[in-house]
Design a protein around this ligand. Structure first.
Ligand code: ATP
Ligand code: MG
Length: 351
């Protein structure tokens, strides 16, 4: 938010950019580690891989310089796969960001394609030990720097990176780990100065029930009045600014008792309450119970940290309209607020 307020050519802007970069790197590292340690096969469902690719491209496109052209084509109509969408997203983001990085100086073409590959018994396969059957082939190709044979040998090693402090070196290890957990294969072809091509082969299950892809909702603000409670003053300050930018009128406090007093004084003065859960004095859940005693239908969104044990089921039983897990992304917050205000049914969010 501060970056939106300072001139882009100021030293402050550049420092903020560095701080943001550091924070994002921390986030990426945690994400990679979580993906790495994640139990396999938990959230597998039937999905269309082309949808995941399109989602990933939506995220990637704005982040890439205009000197990088993205070409994406699906060469098959049978792109269903039984997989965890988070895994597939990780594969794509890692391969594509590597490709983009390799082209960031000279520009080039990022070519993504999807095809169906059937390996018959006794026929040559892209990987000699490949089990015969039907596979979905994902190719991510770039016209970037390419790799020397020495680099190529080590790319799947955890923490191997040539990006001098800029990379975790976990990207391809994660990709490799995920592909293996699906009994898939990965190949690389690369030539220095010419570019690289990564190919992932994922076995297709024999029978699949197609499920609808999840809709991505757009986010909108509003001008309703919100009471905001969180015992961490930094979070209160940031959330207040964010909500104000969405257009809402916000009253914020760091104390749950205080929040209760404010609400009691003017129960109809608010359209929504957003509260943290773990707070000294009174928890968010207890606060919600008290607020609902004062005004039975007041929409409440409860926010919790990753390790806090709050049962979503209990929250909805009490009458809490929304449930968000920190850290809360901007879009997620905007959507949860609209849903709580517009009276859409639970659950608001699960992660
Ligand atoms: N498309 C590519 N073109 C050229 N080199 C690549 C490509 N993909 C990977 N590499 C090389 O492989 C190394 C390891 O890649 P990996 O994704 O595991 O880590 P990283 O990209 O360095 O770090 P991070 O993924 O956290 O940003 C890279 O540092 C780079 O040298
Ligand atoms: Mg990488």
């Amino acid at each position: 938010m501060v970056m939106e307020d300072v001139p882009p050519d100021s030293p402050e802007y550049r420092r903020l950019k560095l701080a943001l970069k550091g924070a994002n790197r921390g986030r990426d590292l945690v994400k990679q580690i979580l993906a790495f340690s994640r139990q396999t096969g938990h959230d597998r469902k039937s999905l269309a891989l082309s949808h995941i690719i399109e989602e990933a491209l939506k995220l990637l496109r704005p982040a890439l310089p205009s000197t990088i052209e993205i070409v994406w084509k699906s060469l098959t109509n049978h792109d269903e796969i039984l997989a965890d969408p988070v895994h597939m997203h990780q594969i794509l983001m890692n391969l594509c960001t590597n490709a983009a990085h390799a082209m960031r100086q000279e520009g080039g073409v990022l070519d993504i394609s999807l095809s169906r590959i059937v390996i018959a018994e006794g026929n040559p396969a892209p990987v000699p030990e490949m089990v015969p059957g039907e596979y979905l082939g994902l190719e991510v190709r770039d016209t970037g720097s390419g790799m020397t044979p020495q680099t190529l040998k080590r790319i799947f090693d955890p923490f191997f990176s040539t990006k001098k402090g800029e990379g975790t070196g976990l990207g391809l290890s994660v990709v490799h780990g995920i592909v293996k957990s699906y009994d898939g294969y990965i190949t690389v072809e690369s030539e220095p100065g010419k570019g690289s091509a990564f190919r992932v082969y994922l076995p297709k299950p024999r029978v699949l029930v197609r499920t609808e892809p999840e809709k991505t909702a757009s986010f909108t603000g509003g001008n309703e009045r919100i009471l905001l409670v969180d015992d961490e003053d930094i979070l209160v300050e940031l959330s207040k600014q964010r909500l104000t930018r969405f257009g809402y009128r916000v009253e914020a406090t760091t104390g749950s008792m205080d929040a209760l007093a404010i609400f009691r004084k003017d129960p109809d003065g608010f359209d929504l309450v957003i509260t943290d859960h773990t707070m000294p004095g009174m928890t968010g859940m207890d606060l919600a119970v008290e607020l609902l005693k004062i005004r039975t239908a007041i929409p409440i969104i409860l926010c919790t940290g990753y390790s806090e044990t709050v049962s979503q089921e209990r929250a909805s039983r009490i009458g809490i309209k929304g449930f968000l897990m920190k850290p809360i992304a901007k879009e997620e917050l905007a959507q949860a607020i609209r849903r709580a205000l517009d009276g859409d049914p639970l659950p608001i969010s699960t992660k």
